[in-house]
Write a protein that binds this ligand. Structure first.
Ligand code: IMP
Ligand code: MG
Length: 181
């Protein structure tokens, strides 16, 4: 790791590239096993923008039948209960299909709670979640994660799809940011 030149507002590399790639491979293997005998195609729904790199690595390791779809949301912190708004909806019809939501990070739980409730109204066969990072200290709402990459402390992280004001999304590793004033 010593050969990585870290930007000034980053504290340290939290999860390096090799560790991420190995873990994503393990998650893909689990998904391949769990959905091996599907009678219908699995729909993977990436939550934009943060999940796009995780999703693209994950799907390229899947051997099962699947289609990729996307959804875009915006969330503002409206006090205790975060407010989630739909910006762009999915295109696939979920009725009678297995759905796997692919999300970058579970923080308060507002985003995934909104998505689970919204998708369940569309009569899918099942809805589960694959989440790269979990910050358990931040949860407000309980969320069931079927496939989890890593548990991390309550710090702001960037890289591998995650940003700070659109910065650092394409770093191949996940880094902790210095607290911003
Ligand atoms: P929620 O609070 O669980 O709804 O998470 C909302 C969204 O905030 C996540 O999907 C991420 O896009 C973003 N987010 C939360 N924590 C971080 C972080 O440490 N770095 C980058 N984005 C984050
Ligand atoms: Mg997100």
């Amino acid at each position: 790791m010593s050969d990585i030149l870290l930007a000034d507002d980053l504290v340290r590399v939290l999860i390096d590239e090799e560790t991420i790639q190995n873990r994503v491979g393990q998650l893909a293997s689990q998904i391949n096993r769990d959905y091996a005998h599907l009678e219908s195609t699995l729909i993977l729904v990436g939550v934009l923008k943060g999940s796009f790199i995780f999703l693209s690595d994950l799907v390229r390791k899947l051997t099962i039948d699947h289609v990729v779809d996307f959804i875009a949301l915006s969330s503002y912190d409206g006090g205790e209960s975060g407010n989630v708004r739909l910006l762009m909806d999915t295109r696939e019809n979920m009725e009678g299909k297995h759905v796997l939501i692919v999300e970058d990070i579970l923080d308060s739980g507002n985003t995934l709670d909104y998505l689970m409730r919204n998708f369940r109204t569309r009569a899918p066969k099942s809805v589960r979640t694959a989440v790269l990072l979990d910050k358990p200290e931040r949860h407000i709402l309980p969320i069931d994660i079927a496939y989890l990459g890593f548990t991390i402390p309550d710090v702001w992280v960037v890289g591998y799809g995650l940003d700070y004001n659109e910065k650092y999304r394409t770093l191949p590793y996940i880094a902790e940011m210095k607290p911003q004033g």
